[in-house]
Design a protein around this ligand. Sequence first.
Ligand SMILES: [Zn+2]
Ligand SMILES: [Zn+2]
Length: 686
Amino acid sequence: MSIIRVALDLPLPQLFDYLAPDASTEDIGYRVSVPFGRNERIGIILDWLDASDQPVDKLKSATVILRDMPRLPDTWLRLCEFCSRYYQAPIGEVTSFALPPMLRRGKLPKLPRAKKIKPDKIKPEPISATVLPTVAIDICAEHAPSHRPPLLMAQQEAVRQIIQADTFQTFLLHGVTGSGKTEVYLHAIAAALVRGEQALMLVPEIALTPQLEGRVRTRFPQANLVVANSSVSDAARARGFLEALASTADIVLGTRLAVFTPMPRLRLIIVDEEHDASFKQQDGVRYSARDLAIWRAHQHNCPIVLGSATPSLESFHHANAGRYRLLALPDRAVAEAPPVVRAVDTRREKLQEGLSAALITAIKQRLARGEQSLVFLNRRGYAPVLACAACGWISRCQHCAANMVVHLADKHLRCHHCGGACAIPHACPDCGNIDIHPFGRGTQRVEAALIEQFPNARVLRVDRDSANNPKKWQTLLASIHAGEVDILIGTQMLAKGHDFPKLTLVGAISADTALFAADFRAPERLFSQLMQVGGRSGRANLPGEVLIQTEHPTHPLYQALIDHDYARFAQSQLDERKTAGFPPFTFQAMLRAESPAMGDTVAFLMQAREAAEQVALHIIGHPVTLFDPVPMRLHRLMAQERAQLLVESNNRPALQHFLAAWHPALHALKRHRKVRWHVDVDPLEF
Ligand SMILES: [Zn+2]
Ligand SMILES: [Zn+2]
């Protein structure tokens, strides 16, 4: 008998056996076309057997093994298996998701790009680790524009440690904006290229700009760079994947999905902005690309560098405990001094459309000096809600437990959760009162206020409405760089990975809302956002200033920002989390369910909890804590009533052991046919 075991893209945890007379163990890792139901499906061969545990007459025959693409290597298959096991996702969904869409459909890209000749790739003799730093620095220097400053001591030391690590080691590269993290990455990549190795660099979606790609390309003109993100065309993504697989790609630069790129010579992984929530996928296979990248580095026995100005508390905790090696870049390599951060006490002030007198004065000074200002408000739209004072009507979304946001630019009410929209009513839909008003403040409203306050200034709004596709975003960035803008108003889109040399003032309005949010991660995110957005100011030897408008000027979070003391903030947060028993001191998984009726949703979760109690009894050693099902904060989304059940343990293997037993039990539960559910391991959103 010759039987292949195939992973198919189905929401089922098992593999599927097919007869394949011409197959052998050599075919593991090939794509295969098989009949399934009435259709033909593409899967991946994960195993070959000489007997099946199913009756042979029930087995169908595989249609054709697609040997036209190189086999997916064992390391890649094991990465997918780990991802499936750890995140409780069906293996077929993972292997399918991990392939570029074109390859997933059983196709191959046309016109493979001609292979480049790389004369410096293979070095005949090994270079000793002690000379490598200089070699790496020289290689970069060859192509260096003359104005690039030399590496500072701390950068040199970081580069030295990374390129001397010849086994698995997680480095946490902690440095503020402008401290030169990217230079450290580029030097480490240079060293890998000298040794004929492949490097993988992951960045958050919004940070992957043509500028960064251009910088890497300019630095390594000899190297074959593959870019992998969701806006790369299908064919280009498939080509890049195959080049990496064939080892002809030297550098893979991409967003979270790039973590699945097969790279036989992989010897260096970089995760920039490692704290960024976009590394965790929030639907389908709910994996963390950062955490999978660490697993991959372990698998390839190579170093991995996690870089951030505000590391995630998880990573900072690991560095404190000595599991990660901390590389600190204390200085700003580019600007002369860090920005001056001040809290503007707004308790006794009547704000003008949300703007304090101090902020208005500071903007005026920038206008007079021909410098740029940025007003940061993490809420798009004109106002978060439209309301009728006569009867109390507010603009709620029909499908979600959320308000419709007023968008004055196109005169619509929009739900930011389901995307639903309608024209702004002229009168209250309930009582007919025509005196209805927007309440609260979003970027559009502040934009209007800035235009009124500074009629001669050029004001530009940057948020997901004004930059809703990569092209518009590039156009906006270009006009900022060209100095065609005096005042920017924007959301966190503006905070990430862009250098605006003429920007010297950042004003944060409405930051307080995150201080007392129910989500225990809100302060961590707020600190990181303010630090990041503040880091935009004061580059190129123009001193920067950050003004935070607040009613809590003595709050420890703001005080830590004023002192540029991430470590103090992080430590106080870790102390709080330890007391409260939150991650990283505990490990969590969330079972979420939804259906049109909350009763059905909760009934399913109650059943799941009963099953969990049975399973938890058998977990010996470390207890697993089961919480009661509760409605989610956004308890209705797109007409689905949503609730969740939290499971946690202070021991990761115990939680994994529990999940492995619980997950099949969940599949076996009888449930209302409209209930949908998923498990989210290490959830970021509550
Ligand atoms: Zn009314
Ligand atoms: Zn909605």
